[in-house]
Ligand binder design. Sequence first.
Ligand SMILES: Cc1cc2nc3c(=O)[nH]c(=O)nc-3n(C[C@H](O)[C@H](O)[C@H](O)COP(=O)(O)OP(=O)(O)OC[C@H]3O[C@@H](n4cnc5c(N)ncnc54)[C@H](O)[C@@H]3O)c2cc1C
Ligand code: FES
Length: 286
Amino acid sequence: MTPTPSTIPRLVKLPTNGPAAPVVTEPVLEEAPVVAHRQVGPDTWLLTLHAPVVAARVQPGQFAMLTLAREGETAPVLPRPMALYAWDRQAGTVDVMYRVVGDGTRVLATWRVGERMLTVGPVGRGFSLLPAATRVLLLGRGIGTCSLTALAETAAQRDIRVAAVTSARTPETIIGADFYASVGVQDVLAVHDEDGSSDVPRLRPRLAALLAEGGVDQIFVCGAERLLRLGAELGERFDAMVQVSLEAHMACGLGYCHGCSTGYAGLADEAPLVCHDGPVFQVARA
Ligand SMILES: Cc1cc2nc3c(=O)[nH]c(=O)nc-3n(C[C@H](O)[C@H](O)[C@H](O)COP(=O)(O)OP(=O)(O)OC[C@H]3O[C@@H](n4cnc5c(N)ncnc54)[C@H](O)[C@@H]3O)c2cc1C
Ligand code: FES
């Protein structure tokens, strides 16, 4: 979700200490060999890199900066930010699911198994799961769902009940539904625009009914402003903390260039950096 000024909820940075503070780890640079790379849907690819230090440190909601120019090549000049969709700490691998949208991702799709990609990660302040959380709701739209998948797995491993909405334009472009089911998400709502099931007026009562019994402690959002508004509304109703992962164009990803400084109207601070202060922010309580 790209932060644009509009009628969105007011956001604040996540705290730096206390139970709601995310675990933040120092990024490292690894020359990560591609161990698998395949197309998994229309314009959508799944890339697996062997990056053992990144895999050991990464927390849900963090991302990596991938240099897509091969050694000796000059383009694309800037690395591209990509969420870490899943990881295997034992195998030392991280997965990135991405959609081909422009020059950089077109080059990314040409990378072959065995090539070594400069990878900086894990970057940013990711999601924080409250120690007392017993039930969470994930709201993802399109490729933005990739920021939520690892969170679902972590929550399920902690025996937290998870409900996840994965929303897309068409049934073919739905992301993560199989992954959610495979990691033990109890309620997977795969919705799309073609049959109107992704419309907020249809989604709202479904979610309200689902959460009516037992409530929800935290709501996590990525990929669409309308889902953020819905998450904030449900957060108010069920007294749940709401966190959202924002997107921005990034040049360095490390807090140096200020290229990702956001003018997001809902952010309380003057100019937080999406890469350094986020990408995850919290909806301020009224
Ligand atoms: C924290 C973070 C995590 C991300 N995770 C993923 C992921 O898991 N999978 C994935 O496919 N993409 C992800 N993205 C978006 C991804 O970085 C961009 O799609 C990619 O950089 C586009 O590069 P490109 O050269 O192919 O496209 P470009 O030629 O740079 O752009 C193509 C089109 O995409 C738009 N665009 C490019 N970058 C962004 C951006 N950051 N936000 C919004 N619009 C953009 C451009 O305005 C243009 O319309 C993430 C971005 C951030 C900030
Ligand atoms: S991308 Fe350079 S400061 Fe965020």
